[in-house]
Design a protein around this ligand. Structure first.
Ligand SMILES: *[C@@H]1O[C@H](CO)[C@@H](O)[C@H](O)[C@H]1NC(C)=O
Ligand SMILES: *[C@@H]1O[C@H](CO)[C@@H](O)[C@H](O)[C@H]1NC(C)=O
Ligand SMILES: *[C@@H]1O[C@H](CO)[C@@H](O)[C@H](O)[C@H]1NC(C)=O
Ligand SMILES: *[C@@H]1O[C@H](CO)[C@@H](O)[C@H](O)[C@H]1NC(C)=O
Ligand SMILES: *[C@@H]1O[C@H](CO)[C@@H](O)[C@H](O)[C@H]1NC(C)=O
Length: 942
């Protein structure tokens, strides 16, 4: 846990007491407020305080921390204006009132006087003489603590009434190891005449590793008398993630005026963020300790070269757990599927931009009134969906919710599994958290958030709601937290509807509703769709059911064929069909054979069942005027595809199959029969292999009883028009060509990839996801523009990376395409690519037909060389990517799939290219290898 990491051997109990014994320095004498030479640092070394005199742990369990009164070692000479101090009591100070008189920030120390031991307020500054090294080179104090449990830096000054002076926060620049913590002690006196000071503590967690500005609101030191601040001390310099490098920097310590713009200089620029006011939870439950307050500060960091990055620092009293705001830290590669690690630190403004530019999500269609309470629903209000957990990728790859606002865990969840419009979070420990942002919306018409939850009996967690403090776009929030207990929620393992009524969360500005934050999870919890409901009427968002496609209106004539009927499958045998050919399914489908029927059920649109007409190729052209007939009952919401073999009809040559065409079963159906003209399958039918049933987008089962080819259809059955479905390609068409087709990647590796490709003198195709192009924090727009300028092909890869064929309706599929097309168009100067790679390679009739409806004659590009980076890149055997590449190339594969997401993959790229070149094939873009007349000429061509 973080605290023990930070404080080593000191027990949590001691920390709760606010008595980190070994580190409490004695208050030093303030040097005379004159030009006299200040005391040299040696004399400022505090005398170790015996721990025994400090509050014993047993007295200290509850918050707030017990204030420690430490008599000064050297009693200063009382001055006339310094009456003897009364004994210090632990009466908390009243909250500071904003004062009009503050016109400028107060510089405490810029360390120009470090050598002489004096700060800018003519007070004493020093370390505790345990630093291994200190220096002020470059005008910044740089130091290496010898002992993280003991070393400290302090600032002392004349008693400062921060309330009267109108200072509301303490600001400083600090650099420590990445992810390290530091604690800040504020020393205050009960009044400015008092001699004894009290100490109050605060810990800043998760430092960025770069110099960053931290603002701490003064009332963060709960109980401190802000009318009498006499010193500040930094201690507990924890090691970073590596635990070795422990060099720190500190600079520009200031008290900031309320409402005065932050100073411009010195670097880094001041943050304008201020921590939130701690908001107590309403209706505290007596049996629980008072809710700890959590404060979040956002920090802008100036990087060398002037680029500004944003980092979020969370600040908390030592007893609270890890806080709130989304961080830009990378989250780990999720364990479940070839989905991808993150790279964009999504930030409210930028996601606002992403969301603003996207067309609205399909509207909420299904609002079910669950409970009507006394007050009528507010007029002009419609429920607002926050997240319907529609896509694993959107949540754990792009980090968006349904509002296209930032949403993520803190990178520590053991797993996040999205399925069936539900998300299941399995926490590593109670530090794991999850947030979803709304983007500072006016939620006054809403009464709360509704959602379904299933959790094991006894589960508890915390729900925090936050509003933006100040103008929208600022990252400071006001938060209120309720435990599930306070909300009156209990769980029994079954899914139930819950509501989070706004009325229970006090202090939140509902005109600027920003975030729902779930923390302190102790067990796996599953959430259903989350939505805002209007007024006091709790309504639930019901995800749209899979939409039955409308009957085709346009029909085509159905000729009668002279061919003899051919029975393909009667399901009498689980292993082979009526032609004694193989039939079988991908792992993960449920197949049941019973009485010459096969029941097929799956929840995964990526899986298929195949029944073959031959071991290799069978010429089905004799059936060109005939019909595929499928007798079935149950769901017809799937795709039927006819697969075409490769030119050599050789199962050992890639690709195999070479392609297929996909038709929607439902368009060719009655309730019991499907009839599809063979010539609607736009493939070379002289090389047919078999029929695939795939792209299931309903979990309702289908019972099949017969598959055959018949020469006529029943009277009254109408054949719909064949819809365009694009070219579905796994391989290049140009003889002796080879194409690297690279999907989304991590910008960190972009320059390396570009250099490798440039060194190799080749051009490639990049399939890019649309939404991040509109997100400046990713830099992907600039990166891909540079790639385009170097002659590489830019192509489509959807807007938010879902398995398109699994989406419930065409509107959802269209939304993905239209926004992607638009994002690419605006990013690349009007570019309108015809090339699309399906996320996860998930293909089906609907996604193809919708693409072909929006783009004339599109190419849907799969691959025949898979480096299997998703499988091996982060394993102990990353070199298996090379094996996979060699295997597929040797089998004749010539279109690659890979991502530049991992160091290992990227570092193998030169070798991949070398292997590809060694085949003697020419390396080029996908459009060039398709002999697309619109592709740029090959080098050497006119
Ligand atoms: C400080 O110096 C001592 C003695 O040279 C050394 O053992 C220790 O590792 C150093 N500590 C740090 C944090 O550099
Ligand atoms: C389908 O259901 C199985 C079994 O319940 C589950 O393991 C799998 O994750 C589900 N797949 C999807 C894509 O929802
Ligand atoms: C279909 O495949 C056959 C066998 O490989 C080939 O001879 C024929 O040219 C192909 N037809 C078309 C239209 O490509
Ligand atoms: C963004 O990408 C462009 C183009 O590759 C590059 O020149 C620039 O350095 C990148 N910016 C950052 C901040 O990485
Ligand atoms: C990246 O991979 C290469 C080759 O596998 C390796 O030599 C290098 O150390 C790796 N770099 C990092 C940062 O992991």
């Amino acid at each position: 846990m973080r605290l023990t990491q930070v404080f080593g051997g000191i027990t949590a109990a001691l920390l709760v007491s606010g008595v980190p014994a070994a580190r409490v320095p004695k208050r030093q004498d303030a040097p005379p407020v004159s030009s006299e030479t200040p005391a040299p640092p040696e004399t400022l070394t505090p005398v170790p305080t015996p721990t025994e005199t400090l509050a014993p742990p047993e007295t200290v369990t509850p918050l707030p921390p017990i204030e420690t009164t430490v008599p000064p070692v050297e009693t200063p000479e009382p001055t006339a204006t310094d009456p003897p101090a009364p004994p210090v009591t632990s009466t908390p100070a009243p909250p500071p009132d904003p004062v009009e008189t503050c016109t400028a920030h107060l510089l405490v120390d810029d360390f120009t006087g470090w050598e002489s031991g004096e700060n800018n307020l003519a007070g004493a500054t020093s370390d505790d003489q345990t630093m291994n090294a200190t220096s002020t080179e470059g005008g910044i104090l740089t130091f290496t603590p010898n002992n993280i449990d003991a070393s400290y830096i302090y600032e002392q000054f004349d008693c400062l009434d921060t309330v009267a002076s109108g200072y509301d926060s303490l600001s400083f620049n600090i650099k420590g190891p990445e992810a390290a913590s530091v604690s800040i002690e504020l020393q205050t006196v009960s009044d400015c005449g008092a001699e004894a000071y009290e100490s109050f503590y605060y810990t800043v967690d998760g430092l960025s590793g770069s110099l960053q500005t931290i603002n701490l609101q003064l009332d963060s030191w709960t109980g401190a008398n802000l009318n009498g601040v006499v010193g500040i001390l930094w201690y507990g310099f924890s090691a970073g993630m590596t635990g070795t490098d422990n060099e720190w920097q500190l600079d520009n310590i200031q008290f900031l005026c309320l409402d005065v713009p932050a100073p411009e200089d010195p670097a880094p620029p001041e943050t304008t963020a201020v921590p939130t006011d701690p908001v107590p939870t309403s209706e505290p439950v007596p049996t629980e300790p008072p809710a700890a307050t959590t404060v979040t500060t956002t920090v802008w960091v100036t990087l060398p070269g002037g680029d500004v990055s944003t980092t979020t620092i969370t600040v908390q009293p030592p007893t609270t757990r890890v806080p709130v705001w989304p961080t830009t830290t990378r989250r780990p590669y999720p364990p479940y599927y070839p989905t991808y690690p993150p790279w964009w630190g999504i930030w409210p403004e930028t996601t606002a931009e992403v969301a603003a530019k996207a067309t609205p999500m399909p509207a909420i269609k299904n609002q079910v009134v669950v409970r009507q309470e006394s007050s009528p629903a507010v007029a002009e209000c419609s429920p607002l969906l926050i997240d319907d957990w529609v896509s694993q990728s959107r949540l754990t790859f792009l980090y968006y919710n349904a509002l296209l606002k930032s949403s993520s865990d803190d990178a520590t969840m053991k797993s996040i599994v999205v399925k069936d419009n539900r998300v299941t979070f399995t926490p590593t420990d109670t530090d794991s958290y999850f947030y979803t942002q709304l983007g500072c919306i006016d939620a006054t018409a809403y009464g709360g958030v509704s959602l379904r939850i299933s959790a094991p009996a006894g589960t508890t967690f915390d729900v925090q709601l936050s509003s933006t403090k100040g103008a929208c776009g600022r990252e400071t929030t006001t938060d209120a937290t309720m435990t599930t207990k306070q909300l009156g929620w209990t769980f029994n393992g079954k899914e139930q509807l819950y509501s989070i009524p706004f009325s229970k969360f006090s202090g939140i500005d509902w005109t600027k509703f920003e975030m729902v934050f779930i923390s302190n999870l102790k067990k796996p919890v599953t959430f259903g769709p989350m939505a805002l409901y209007c007024g006091a009427t709790v309504t639930e968002y019901i995800p749209p059911a899979v939409v039955e496609p409308t009957e085709p209106s346009e029909t085509v004539p159905a000729p009668v064929s002279k061919a003899t009927n051919l029975v393909i499958d009667q399901f009498s045998n689980a292993d082979e069909n009526a032609l004694n050919q193989w039939h079988g399914a991908d792992e993960g489908m449920t197949l049941t054979f019973k009485k010459n029927t096969m029941t097929l059920q799956t929840n995964d649109s990526d899986l298929m069942w195949v029944t073959q007409v031959a071991e290799t190729c069978r010429d089905l052209t004799e059936f060109d005027d005939a019909y595929l007939h499928v007798a079935y009952t149950g769901s017809n919401l799937f795709t039927i595809a006819l697969q075409q073999h490769n030119e050599k009809c050789n199962n050992d040559i890639y690709p195999y199959p070479e392609t297929w065409d996909s038709l929607e079963a439902s368009r060719y159906s009655t309730k019991t029969d499907i009839y599809i003209p063979l010539n609607h399958f736009n493939v070379n039918r002289t090389r047919s292999i078999g029929f695939a049933f795939k792209g299931f987008y309903s979990t309702t089962a289908t019972v099949f009883s017969k598959i055959e080819i018949v020469n006529k259809i029943p009277s009254g059955f109408t054949i719909p028009e064949k819809l365009p479905s694009g070219q579905f390609v796994f391989a290049c068409k140009r003889p002796n060509s080879f194409a690297f087709a690279i999907d989304d990647g991590d910008p960190v590796f972009a320059q390396q990839v570009m250099k490798t490709i440039e060194d190799a003198g080749i051009t490639v195709t990049f399939f890019t996801v649309g939404a991040p192009l509109r997100d400046p924090t990713t830099n992907l727009s600039a990166i891909y523009n540079e790639m385009a300028s170097k002659g590489h092909q830019i192509a489509l890869h959807s807007y938010t990376h879902p398995a398109l064929e699994g989406l419930p309706d065409e509107a959802a599929i269209d939304w993905e395409y239209s926004n992607d097309i638009e994002a690419v168009k605006e990013t690349f100067n009007g570019l309108q690519p015809k090339y699309f790679r399906p996320p996860f390679g998930t293909e089906g009739a609907r996604m193809r037909q919708r693409l072909a409806a929006l783009i004339d004659e599109p190419y849907i590009v799969q691959w025949s060389v898979d480096v299997e980076d998703w499988l091996w890149a982060e394993s102990d055997t990353p070199e298996k990517q090379l094996d996979a590449f060699k295997r597929d190339v040797a089998a004749g594969g010539n279109i690659v799939v890979m991502h530049y997401l991992y160091n290992s993959t990227v570092s193998y790229l030169p070798e991949f290219i070398k292997i590809a070149k060694a085949t003697g094939k020419q390396l080029m873009r996908v459009d060039q290898c398709m002999m697309d007349p619109n592709a740029p000429p090959l080098p050497g061509e006119a």
